[in-house]
Design a protein around this ligand. Structure first.
Ligand code: SF4
Length: 720
């Protein structure tokens, strides 16, 4: 038996795993006792990874060879890699020639490794000359990115997992860590057990598993987070619980914020948010006066049409109370996907460039052009995820390259997404799994390796970079994601810039991946995320946190301990944002607030977890959860089928009473795809999953869609 150290491919906790294998078969997995994210622990998903990689599962679920469809509606037929990539390069070159570089788009994934991400970003921005490269991380993290940049000056979570055990107050907002980040939640439980004085506040419209551990639960109305946070600041100011010394020495913009929150009186906040007045005072006092307050937050803040404002309003509280830059304190966003952070580091989004550079900054564009040996990189902003698909639906984007993600299930407003996939002239899907809904829309299917087979790096929520290593070779004709992108880039270069030296001088063998990482590392020199002190060899010894500059012996666990921030004047900035309601408020025809979220034992569209019967033991089938009083009022019993309908579509599924859900609210898990949950668009076209209902309305700053809220009606289904 061989043992290989690697990293769990599911969530942003980034747990280390030891993969056991015999020959070409993965036979077991256990937690890596030396990995600082998990110290040997794994959750249900992580501890069953090997079972999702068995030969029996692989035979049924994996894409094993390149496939090409002669026309829409035709069955795909096997083709060679050469034929597939030459065809793709020819189609892309022709569309770029006929319509310009912005006629193509690349939609990638927070589950790709950093090296994969780097190549796709360079392929789009460097070779094709378009900034139309975006990622499913847009759907989970972009509000946190914008929030950090607007307030602290850089997209850098300032805290670390160890801070959980140093905190005296934990403020958990819009995060069901108990289910979505289970191994981090174990630390919270341990902190609770070790420190009877620890105060835990949970703010969430749903009384989730995480709320069970709370000393104070704030069941706010959906979307009212900004009002809550501004109201807490009002109380802190009124009671003298802010830190004027810290504000004066290390921040700017407080007067404007103070004027804004003057109107956020406890009565107004209590009424708007639906929270008892006394609970607001208790929360404000615990947050402000504890020796160290750590906020943990996730999609409840991010997936919102005011996602950036929610982030900045929470960070304002940390700055106003000096709860940052010391052990156990700080605003700490949790990443959903295993490498959402790595994608941000290489600038793999439509508005970013390598190493946290800004596309809008001419100097940053010049620096990246110089790094890549190009005269320039394109200035025109690319299309973020939702806009990219809308542009394809409108006929503006003609070709889509989708890698390691399943937009035909995971994007909001599925009716629009399906129109995009049907209208685009050429759709490439680069995937490990043949079972995703997006595969059915592909003109060309490219088989990729996946967990247990890939090599590279990922970065977890606490800025820690870990190695991902292969235990077995990929099955069939699968290839690594970065190698597919590089091979395609070489063929496209022959058509777009013949005779010129390649922009992708990486060997297509495994050594290429380290060459890519080394290039990425060089791009970070002098930046806030500088990793010039790291190497693959050092990462093989232990995972490391950034920044870690050349000459450093270890990375930085905690940021801003000196009170200086990476802004022009070294001060953090308060951002004053008034509360705005959700994009689609409840109304008489759509009287329920639908929210979406994760189950404990499933991951995303279930392409991996859905292969394992035991992971359905926790929750076996889809349901819409409703408050028991709403069930009674509509004469519904558990298991009754209901139509859940928004302005965009309708699905049918069983109703289920749940005390976790507030009155006039509804909850559906995000994971169920078309084999579990079918529906129709408002025009009668077949759709699947909860995203038949969700809205693509997005935060104006982060462009992150409001997956956490849609107005719906719920009617009992008539049996034939
Ligand atoms: Fe994997 Fe996340 Fe579970 Fe850790 S907590 S084992 S990273 S799914």
């Amino acid at each position: 038996m061989t043992e290989t150290r690697s990293t769990c491919p599911y969530c942003g906790v980034g747990c280390g795993v030891i993969i056991e294998s015999e020959g070409p078969q993965i036979t077991g997995v256990r937690g890596d006792p030396d990995h600082p994210a998990n110290f040997g622990r794994l959750c249900t998903k992580g501890s069953t990874l090997h079972l999702t990689a068995s030969a029996a599962v692989t035979r049924q679920t994996r894409l094993l060879q390149p496939m090409r469809r002669a026309g829409r509606g035709e069955a795909p037929v096997p083709v060679s890699w050469d034929a597939a990539l030459d065809h793709a390069a020819g189609k892309f070159a022709q569309l770029i020639h006929d319509h310009g570089p912005d006629a193509v788009g690349f939609y990638i994934s927070g589950q790709l490794l950093t090296e994969d991400y780097y190549v796709f970003n360079k392929l789009a921005k460097g070779l094709v000359g378009t900034n139309n490269v975006d990622t499913n991380s847009r759907l989970c993290m972009s509000s946190a990115v914008a929030g950090y940049k607007q307030t602290l000056g850089a997209d850098a979570p300032p805290a670390c997992y160890d801070d959980v055990s140093h905190a005296q107050c934990l403020f958990i907002a819009g995060s069901n860590a108990a289910w979505a980040h289970p191994i981090l939640f174990r630390r919270i439980e341990e902190a609770r057990a070790a420190n009877p004085a620890l105060k835990i506040i949970v703010a969430d419209p749903r009384r989730t598993g995480t709320a069970e551990i709370a000393d104070l639960f704030l069941p706010l109305q959906p979307g009212t987070d900004v009002m809550l946070f501004n109201g807490l600041l009002h109380i802190m100011l009124w009671e003298g619980w802010t830190q004027p010394g810290y504000i004066a020495a290390h921040t700017s913009g407080f007067d404007e914020l103070k004027a804004l929150v003057r109107d956020c009186t406890p009565d107004l906040v209590a009424q708007t948010c639906g929270i008892a007045r006394q609970d607001l005072f208790t929360a404000a006092q615990w947050f402000a006066t504890s020796a160290a307050t750590l906020s943990l937050y996730c999609q409840g803040l991010n997936q919102s049409s005011s996602g950036t404002a929610k982030n900045t309003a929470l960070i304002n509280l940390h700055l106003a109370t000096g709860q940052i830059g010391k052990p156990g304190a700080g605003p700490f966003s949790l990443t959903g996907q295993p490498n959402a952070m790595g994608g941000r580091e290489v600038g793999g989004l439509a508005n970013l460039l390598s190493a946290h550079r800004e596309l809008a900054n001419p100097q940053h564009r010049a620096e990246v052009a110089a790094l890549w040996g190009l005269p320039s990189v394109p200035e025109k902003p690319g299309k973020p995820a939702v806009e990219m698909f809308q542009a394809a639906a409108d006929g503006e984007i003609k070709a889509l390259w989708i890698a390691c993600t399943n937009p035909a299930q995971s994007m909001p407003d599925q009716a629009m997404v399906r129109r995009a996939l049907e209208r685009a002239e050429f759709v490439v899907v680069q995937e490990a799994f043949a079972t995703t809904a997006s595969c059915a829309h592909a003109d060309l299917l490219l088989p990729a390796t996946t967990w247990g087979e890939k090599t590279g790096t990922v970065t977890n929520s606490e800025r820690r970079i870990s190695r991902v290593r292969p235990a077995v070779p990929g099955p069939g004709q699968t290839r690594h994601d970065w190698a597919i992108a590089v091979d395609f880039a070489h063929r496209l270069e022959q058509r777009l810039r013949p005779g010129q030296p390649t922009l992708f001088p990486y060997p297509l063998a495994d050594a290429g991946v380290e060459a890519i990482w080394n290039e990425h590392r060089e791009s970070t020199r002098g930046r806030d995320l500088d990793i010039t002190g790291m190497s693959y060899a050092a990462l093989d010894e232990r995972p490391l946190q950034w920044p870690m500059r050349s000459g450093d012996t270890q990375g930085r666990a905690r940021l801003y301990e000196d009170g200086r921030f990476p802004t022009a004047d070294g001060r953090a900035r308060f951002v004053a944002n008034a509360y705005r309601p959700v994009a689609e408020p409840r109304e008489s025809r759509y009287p329920f607030a639908l929210t979406t979220g994760r189950l404990r034992d499933q991951w995303h569209g279930m392409s991996r977890t859905g292969t394992l019967g035991r992971l359905f033991g926790h929750v076996a089938e889809p349901a819409v959860q409703l408050h028991p009083q709403d069930m009674a009022r509509r004469q519904l019993r558990d298991g009754d089928l209901v139509h859940v309908t928004s302005k965009r579509g309708s699905i049918v599924l069983p109703a289920q009473a749940s005390a976790e859900v507030g009155l006039s609210q509804a909850f559906i898990a995000m994971h169920w795809g078309e084999e579990f949950l079918s529906g129709v668009s408002s025009t009668g076209k077949p759709l699947a999953g909860v995203n038949a209902l969700t809205t693509s309305a997005a935060c104006p700053d982060s462009k992150q869609p409001e997956l956490k809220h849609a107005a719906v009606k719920i009617l009992k289904a008539e049996l034939p």
